[in-house]
Each structure stands twice: as structure tokens, then as C-alpha cells.
Design a protein around this ligand. Structure first.
Ligand code: SIN
Length: 538
């Protein structure tokens, strides 16, 4: 089959908050930008974000950027990069202001309808989520923040006539003989190969929640970006820290994307109950139901195991005007036959966010020249071992903008040079095998034997092949990332943040002084390398 070609200064993979922010800013700087996404423009994770954007604008008495930094470091369980945290959070207010200038409408305190969801002007409404010491999370549409962010950025992209190639899957970076990126190999919906020639490629393709049977992530979250970056010579870190959201609506055993019940519901007063109707977060953590997410998810898991139940309950009956304040959650509950105004909502944890990813500096540069990463696919050091709620949209906005400036500053020139592409032959295991192995052994509560068993089960089901379509490329990515997560989780003999090991239940500060980086060996297998890091206190 013949290969078609196109050329740009920057190819952006993914059309969520980080990708579109970078693309719009890069275009404004005069770069020729091409955005490529494997599905529809709004099919990534951004539109599913509910709670909001954590940001200190300066109008909440007693709150400060320093307090936001401190909360982020505490949630990150001493594995954040303090310099990255401070610089990203400091740039938050300007990033949110730019997003509003691009048309995003956030909820304001509207005296006619009460606090929280008006849009008639006035001070931005705030909510609170787990691990935050202040009401600092701005939101839109009540609990539809991501949908509004995505809408505004897609509209801005359309207004700017940003070239957008939907239905095109990123397969591999193309590099020259020095290893510098010279473009991106893609497959269209019909399996036709193409090459987008560019001296800069930004991965903004989201996380890998689909590695688990049940997740808040959309179908597109299959780890393609991390796999592509590893094959292009970049490294990944903190992959073992897969964040489970504590409260996903439970409507019977189900797989695939599950409806989220935003933490803001707890932020505004709802409490967790076990089957007997007893509150169980008091005494677990000083912030009780509003403890950081890893603490709440682990406590729910323990209580479900003790009680032999598949869910616990979120009692939001005391909240005023639930349907107006949380329309998305209300709609999902009603669809499942639950009335959150009259009865507690059955909830369970599910895979939600990859705290680790492709290692970048705070401007999105990876170690592979010409390859950049931003958003969930990247590991900037903001999240450490457990992401603070609603820091992710903020990171996408801030780092997306920085990548645009970095690409412009790097001014890499596309050379006519022989190209290297990774071997098209890759290990692929069936998705169901990967999901079963990871759900059984690499969720909340892992141990060495289970992790090794999961790795063996995936290995036994793995064949070698050339992916020729989207399913094949995604399955190859999931296979690679699952083995990388298992290797990192097996190596980290402690419990910290989202990584909870039943055979090593305590934190061990030996691991605080090192990070586990993943790279591929000569055979394409993920291997763990340890390196010393500067870490944040908590
Ligand atoms: C939520 O609304 O609970 C999720 C927000 C987030 O993951 O940051």
C-alpha cells in the first residue's frame, strides 16, 4: 500500500486540553500546526472531567498558591518534583484566564440562583475536592467542567482554522539517523499508512485506564502515547502510580467506561457509608471523607473486602438542589434507577488517572530530541505518587502552552535525512487477557507474587505481530504498558500513594530518593532503571 505524506512544523497527537492549547498557541506563534487524533475531536478524556480546575486566582480569603503547592506535595506522598509543582501551579491563574478569553464559561456565584452554577457574572464559584485545604476548584456546567473546556477549545480551533486530522492513529515517531524526530507514522481508519513530516511531535494522547476492566476513561485511553515514546527512545516514570477514583457509580458488575461521581459531591458535604450505614472515613484521616484520593480509595477497598460487598454508599441526601448543582451525576444516577436525592448512591473505586508517564521537563521536552509530551501522557513531576484532584486540567493548560513556546524556541529544522522507524513487529496480547491480569493483580492492593503472575499470564498470551489497524496498535500499546507497570510495581517494595502493596504495607524512604524509570532494552522489552531524584516533602 502506498504511503501518503504531509508536512508541518509541529504535529500534535491528541485533541484534549493539552493538545489543543499547545496547537492554538503554536499557531499563534506562527508555526504550521497539524492536530491528529484517532477518533472524533472530543473523544479523549478531557470532556469527561467533572470536578473542575484547581487554581488560586487570589479572591478566596486565606488561600494561596503556596497552600495549593503544599496540598499537591502532600497528596503526592513525597514523590512530586517541588520545582515543577511550584512553577506549574504559579502559572495556573494566567492559563485559566487565557482559557476564559478563548470562550470557556465557568460557573459564577449568581445571587439569583445561589452559589455554584450561575454564569451571569460575578466571582467564580468554587468547590472543594479530596486533599484540598481550601475551596479553590473552579467548575463549569455544575459538574461538566471538562465538557466545557473541550467545547471552548474545539470552537477556538475551528475559529482559527486549525488543521485537524480525525480518525488517524499515531503509530510511531519517525526519526533520523541521530535519533531526532522527523515526523509521525500514522494509520487512517482504513488502515492506510501515512507520514506526517515535522521536526516536532507533541504527544497529548492521554492515559491508559483501558488497561483495567473498569475505568472512568473513554475507549481512547489505551496508552498509545507512552508506548510510542518508549519506542522512540524516551523514558517513562511513576507508571506504577495508577490512580483509582474512589467513587464511580456502581450499577452491578460492568466493564468499560463507568460513570464518575465527582469528588466535589463529597466536597460539598456528602459522606461515605458502608452497607450497615456507618461512616468509615472518620478516624482514617484527619480530612475524613475529603482525604486525598488514594487514602479514600484504599479505605473503600478495605471496607468492601471486610464486608464482602461490591460497593459502598455515598450519602448526598443532605445536599441542596443536587440535580442543579451536579446535573451529570444526577443524570447517570437516574439512568441507573437511583435517586440521589432520596437514597445513598452505590459507589466503588475504578481506574482513573495515570500519575506517571513519559518523563518530561516542565516545558514538555522529553529526552528524545523533537519529541514533547503534555497532559496525562506525561510525567512532569506535578503528581508524584498520587495526583491532587483537579490538578490535571490545570497541568494540561499550563504545560500545553509551554510546549508551544518550547517548540518555537527550539527551532528545529527538518532535514532531508535517512529515516529510522522502530521495528513494525511488536508483542501483542489480547486486550481481555491484559485487562483481567491487571484488574486482578495491579489494582489497589498488590503483592509480588500477584504482579509476577500477571506478567507471566500476559507473556503467555503474547504473540509477535505487525499491527495493521487501530485495535492492533492499541493492544500492542496496552501490552507494553501493562508489562512496564508490572515491572515498576514489582520493583517498588513499599506502599506509597496509589501504589498499595499488601506484602510491603509501609512507606520505605529508600524509594523516596530514587525514581523508577522505564526504558526499552534492545529487544523492545521494558526494563526498570533507578535514578536519584529530588523529591518533595510530605
Ligand atoms: C472528580 O471530579 O472527582 C475528578 C476530578 C479529577 O480527577 O481531577
Amino acid at each position: 500500500m502506498s504511503t501518503w505524506e504531509a508536512e508541518a512544523d509541529l504535529v500534535v497527537v491528541g485533541s484534549g486540553v493539552a493538545g489543543l492549547t499547545a496547537a492554538l498557541d503554536a499557531a499563534a506563534l506562527g508555526l504550521r500546526v497539524l492536530v491528529v487524533t484517532k477518533d472524533a475531536v472530543d473523544s479523549g478524556s478531557t470532556r469527561w472531567a467533572q470536578g473542575g480546575v484547581a487554581v488560586v486566582v487570589g479572591d478566596v480569603p486565606g488561600d494561596s498558591v503556596e497552600a495549593h503547592v503544599a496540598d499537591t506535595l502532600t497528596a503526592g506522598a513525597a514523590l512530586c518534583d517541588p520545582a515543577a509543582v511550584a512553577s506549574i501551579l504559579r502559572d495556573g491563574p494566567a492559563a485559566v484566564a487565557r482559557l476564559r478569553a478563548r470562550g470557556a464559561v465557568f460557573d459564577t456565584e449568581d445571587p439569583r440562583v445561589g452559589p455554584g452554577i450561575g454564569t451571569a457574572g460575578g466571582r467564580l464559584a468554587r468547590t472543594r475536592e479530596g486533599g484540598h485545604s481550601a475551596f479553590r476548584v473552579v467548575h463549569a456546567g455544575g459538574d461538566a467542567t471538562g465538557a466545557e473546556v473541550e467545547r471552548a477549545l474545539v470552537a477556538a480551533a475551528s475559529d482559527s482554522r486549525l488543521p485537524l486530522l480525525t480518525g488517524h492513529l499515531a503509530v510511531d515517531a519517525v526519526r533520523d539517523e541521530r535519533g531526532h524526530v522527523t515526523g509521525l507514522a500514522v494509520l487512517d481508519d482504513h488502515g492506510r499508512p501515512g507520514v506526517l513530516r515535522a521536526p516536532a511531535v507533541l504527544l497529548a494522547s492521554g492515559g491508559y485506564g483501558q488497561m483495567y476492566a473498569s475505568t472512568t476513561n473513554p475507549e481512547t485511553s489505551t496508552g498509545d502515547g507512552v508506548a510510542l515514546a518508549l519506542r522512540a527512545g524516551a523514558t517513562a516514570a511513576d507508571l506504577e502510580f495508577v490512580q483509582f477514583h474512589p467513587t464511580v457509580l456502581y450499577d452491578g458488575p460492568a466493564t468499560g467506561r463507568r460513570p464518575l461521581v465527582t469528588e466535589a459531591v463529597r466536597g460539598e458535604g456528602a459522606v461515605l457509608l458502608d452497607r450497615a450505614g456507618t461512616r468509615f472515613m472518620t478516624g482514617v484521616h484527619p480530612l475524613a471523607d475529603l482525604a486525598p484520593r488514594d487514602v479514600v480509595a484504599a479505605a473503600i477497598t478495605r471496607r468492601m473486602l471486610e464486608a464482602g460487598t461490591d460497593c459502598v454508599y455515598l450519602d448526598a441526601r443532605a445536599l441542596e438542589d443536587f440535580a442543579r448543582r451536579f446535573p451529570t451525576v444526577f443524570g447517570a444516577c437516574r439512568e441507573a434507577g437511583i435517586d440521589p436525592v432520596r437514597e445513598p448512591i452505590p459507589v466503588t473505586p475504578a481506574a482513573h488517572y495515570a500519575c506517571g508517564g513519559v518523563v518530561t521537563d516542565a516545558n514538555g521536552r522529553t529526552v528524545a530530541p523533537g519529541l514533547y509530551a503534555a497532559g496525562e501522557v506525561a510525567r512532569t513531576g506535578l503528581h508524584g505518587a498520587n495526583r491532587l484532584a483537579s490538578n490535571s486540567l490545570l497541568e494540561g493548560l499550563v504545560v500545553g502552552a509551554r510546549v508551544a513556546r518550547a517548540v518555537a524556541a527550539d527551532r528545529r529544522v527538518l532535514r532531508e535525512a535517512p529515516t529510522l522507524a522502530p521495528s513494525p513487529v511488536v508483542p501483542i496480547a489480547p486486550r481481555g487477557v491484559v485487562q483481567r491480569a491487571m484488574t486482578g493483580a495491579a489494582g489497589i492492593g498488590r503483592d509480588g507474587a500477584g504482579l509476577a503472575g500477571a506478567s507471566d499470564a500476559i507473556e503467555a498470551a503474547t504473540g509477535i505481530g505487525v499491527p495493521v489497524d487501530r485495535a492492533g496498535v492499541e493492544d500492542a500499546a496496552l501490552t507494553l504498558i501493562a508489562q512496564a507497570v508490572l515491572a515498576a510495581a514489582g520493583t517498588r517494595t513499599e506502599s506509597r500513594g496509589c501504589h498499595v502493596r499488601s506484602d510491603f504495607p509501609e512507606r520505605d524512604d529508600v524509594w523516596q530518593r530514587q525514581s523508577l524509570e522505564i526504558a526499552l532494552d534492545a529487544t523492545g522489552r521494558p526494563v526498570v532503571q533507578t535514578s536519584n531524584v529530588q523529591v518533595g516533602a510530605a
